[in-house]
Every structure is written in structure tokens, then in C-alpha cells.
Design a protein around this ligand. Structure first.
Ligand code: ZN
Ligand code: ZN
Length: 408
């Protein structure tokens, strides 16, 4: 129980800073059974803050693995009617969604990648409208982490299971500033730092960013007038929220048609319970025309073939190598953490937020402006101490943005 005080503080930042629960809100907590202690605390805090209702969905990864193992691809991609109704309810009632991620990064390593992808597509299709509502911040959502035994053992293979879980919990709590005296206040300060960085970038209104590093030579076009974001969002009701904890990034939605060159990953990517590593993508006029992977080639292939938008870029994010998560030296094998230790980009759907007015646009307008559409949004890490990034302004000036992995 030595963690109880820390977990209470974690629940505080989740409920206050992250979801910013207001009286009358409905909150949905989704997590693994291993996170039950945290779920109980969040549940209680949410009610204390005046939530009208808290709905808790508890999953178990071992039960899930058997589902994936024994069911056919056809059965797995059948989305029951009640599931669709539930998604509709979550959207209509603007339910605040908390996702607690504990699953092992290699959970589905023995399951056919094609089966995994078919199910993922079916679920994404059934929650398309809800996903859009979240991307527009019509409703609050937040992704956080909590250790499970399998995940902890992958991160700290040299430790006993219980020790590994403790270590991973400690590491997670540090990344979300729960080790600070007043975590909520430190989040406010941290958010301001990221917002200032975002403003610095937005003021240049770069036409493109040029990335150079070993295995990387990439140009990413940016949309005229787009605004870099970081340090949280303001939801449709005007409240400040965080959608990822931790967060160390400032990001933008690129002009998907203007991406050219090759990019190589620098940290392994765990996607749908499978690991992809030592991979590179080559873009021509915004589309991946060539790709390689030493590990998880099939998973990468399936991912890129999800739909047309899966071969195009949907996010560009900057994170210095000299940041708390990367300085911890821990490889989390979990994108929520690893993407906040490294510059990253995402294939798939672009957030409309950075482009003024885009939240109100229809699909054709969104496409015309250069925002990519897809059922997926998968971030992968490309930052390192060898990465340099230049910004090219609309009148051709070259401004150093990153040098040797850090802000120039
Ligand atoms: Zn990101
Ligand atoms: Zn992303």
C-alpha cells in the first residue's frame, strides 16, 4: 500500500487536470482488471467532483487473448448491435472517456496479424462517429497508463515480477508529475511551457519541415495558417482538458499531399499487440510508395493497407531528446510513453484542431485543405540525438528548429 498516496494524487490529476470533470458529467472508465486500485480511486474522485454517473468497464487481457485465438476473423469482425447503441449513447451524452492502458505490448504476438487487423477495422468503423466527436473535443477523453505484470516484465526483464510492476508504476507516476509536491499545479506550468513552444512555431507559419538523420531524409508540408498545439486542449464547452498523460509534444496536422522522402523509426512500435521495428517508409507526393521492416513486416503491411489514408501522414509532433521520459532511459514499448520521449509522426487520420475552422468542415472540405482521413491513427517514433529539423518559411527562409535532437 505504499503507493496509495501516490495513486490518490494520480487520480487527482486524471480527474481534475485530464478529464476536468464538471458537475453533472457522465464519466466512462475503461481499463484492465490489473488497474482496479486506480479505477476505484478515479471512480470516487469523479463522484466527489460532481459526476452524475460513472460507468466502469473492466477488461482482462488473458480473456481477450483467448477470444482472439478461438474466434474466427468473421466472428471477430461482427460488431453487435448493442455495441453500436452504446457508442451512440457515449456520443449523444458527451461522456468523458478515460482509457487506462495496461496491456502487454506483445499481447497478440501469436495471433494472426490479418485477424487482428480485420477486427480493428470493424471496431473503428462502428465507432467512426464517436471518434470524430472525440477528435473535435465535443467530449472529453484521456489516455493514461498503469502497469500490468506482462507489460512490466517486458520493460524490466531482469527483475522479479512484483518488483518490475513496482518499478514501472514508479516510472509512470514520474512521467505524469505525481512525484511533484503539487501535481495539479505542475501540470498547469508544464502546459504553459508547451503552449509557448507551439506559439513560437505557429508564428513562423512554416511551409514545410525538413528532417535529416541517419536513415531519414524527409520533407513534410504544413497547411498555411495551421496552428501548432500542445499542453492540452479546450473542449467544446470551454474547459481545459488533457487527452494524453504524459504529454511532452507540440504537434500539427501536416498537408498530407506534400510529404516526400524516407523516414526510419528510432524506437520499436507496439501496435495492436504486435511489435514492429527497424522499419522505414518512403513517401512520394504524400503516399507511402515503399516500406521495409526487419521485425513485424506483416503487421506494418496490414496497417498500411487498412485504407487509402493509412499510407499517408496525419500528424507531425516535436519532442526533444532532452525530455523527462527520454532522460529516464526507459523504453516503455507503449506509444503513449515512447511518443512523448521522441519526435514522432503518425500515419492515418489527422486531427482537425490545428486548422482553424476544420472542425466544422465536411469530408470533402477537410480533404481539400490537406487533412488526411483514415480509420487508423498510428504514431511512431523518429527522434534521436542525430535528428536535425529545419523550418522553411513561406518566403523561403530556413530556420533551425531542432539540432541534435533538441530545440535549436
Ligand atoms: Zn503525437
Ligand atoms: Zn498521434
Amino acid at each position: 500500500m505504499k503507493h496509495l498516496e501516490s495513486l490518490k494524487k494520480y487520480a487527482d490529476v486524471i480527474v481534475q487536470t485530464g478529464l476536468n470533470v464538471q458537475p453533472g458529467d457522465i464519466v466512462n472508465i475503461v481499463g484492465e482488471v490489473e488497474a482496479i486500485e486506480l479505477m476505484r480511486l478515479v471512480n470516487e474522485k469523479a463522484y466527489e467532483r460532481g459526476a452524475k454517473k460513472v460507468l466502469v468497464d473492466i477488461h482482462d487481457s488473458k480473456i481477450f487473448v483467448d477470444k482472439m485465438k478461438y474466434e474466427t476473423a468473421e466472428s471477430l469482425s461482427e460488431v453487435p448491435e448493442y455495441h453500436k447503441l452504446r457508442n451512440q449513447y457515449l456520443e449523444d451524452e458527451k461522456v468523458s472517456m478515460l482509457y487506462i492502458k495496461s496491456d502487454s505490448p506483445e499481447l497478440l504476438k501469436d495471433i494472426d496479424a490479418d485477424k487482428v487487423m480485420k477486427r480493428q477495422i470493424a471496431l473503428s468503423e462502428a465507432s467512426k462517429s464517436l471518434g470524430l466527436s472525440r477528435m473535435r473535443y465535443n467530449q472529453n477523453w484521456l489516455i493514461i497508463g498503469y502497469p500490468s505484470e506482462d507489460w512490466a516484465k517486458l520493460v524490466f526483464p531482469e527483475l522479479e515480477t512484483s518488483e518490475a510492476v513496482e518499478q514501472l508504476l514508479d516510472a509512470i507516476l514520474k512521467t505524469v508529475r505525481v512525484d511533484h509536491e503539487d501535481p495539479v499545479a505542475s501540470w498547469t506550468e508544464h502546459a504553459k511551457f508547451l503552449k509557448d513552444r507551439a506559439k513560437w512555431l505557429s508564428d513562423y507559419n512554416f511551409e514545410k519541415l525538413v528532417y535529416t538523420a541517419p536513415g531519414t531524409n524527409l520533407e513534410i508540408g504544413l497547411i498555411d495558417g495551421s496552428q501548432w498545439a500542445g499542453g492540452g486542449h479546450v473542449n467544446k464547452d470551454g474547459f481545459d482538458i488533457q487527452v494524453n498523460m504524459p504529454t511532452e509534444e507540440v504537434f500539427n496536422s501536416p498537408n498530407y499531399r506534400e510529404v516526400n522522402g524516407t523516414v526510419s523509426n528510432t524506437l520499436p512500435l507496439s501496435v495492436n499487440g504486435q511489435i514492429v521495428d527497424n522499419f522505414s517508409l518512403t513517401f512520394k507526393d504524400g503516399v507511402v510508395v515503399e516500406y521495409k521492416a526487419e521485425k513485424g513486416y506483416e503487421t506494418l503491411k496490414n496497417l498500411l493497407e487498412t485504407d487509402e489514408g493509412a499510407k499517408r501522414l496525419g500528424e507531425v509532433a516535436l519532442v526533444p531528446v532532452d525530455s523527462p521520459i527520454s532522460n529516464s532511459g526507459i523504453l516503455f514499448y507503449n506509444t503513449l510513453f515512447d511518443e512523448n520521449a521522441s519526435c514522432h509522426i503518425a500515419i492515418g487520420k489527422a486531427y482537425p484542431g490545428p486548422v482553424p475552422g476544420a472542425s466544422e468542415m465536411n469530408e470533402e472540405q477537410v480533404d481539400a485543405v490537406g487533412l488526411n482521413q483514415s480509420l487508423i491513427h498510428v504514431d511512431f517514433m523518429i527522434g534521436s540525438k542525430d535528428l536535425n529539423i529545419d523550418g522553411v518559411t513561406r518566403d523561403g527562409q530556413v530556420i533551425p528548429v531542432f539540432r541534435n535532437g533538441n530545440w535549436a
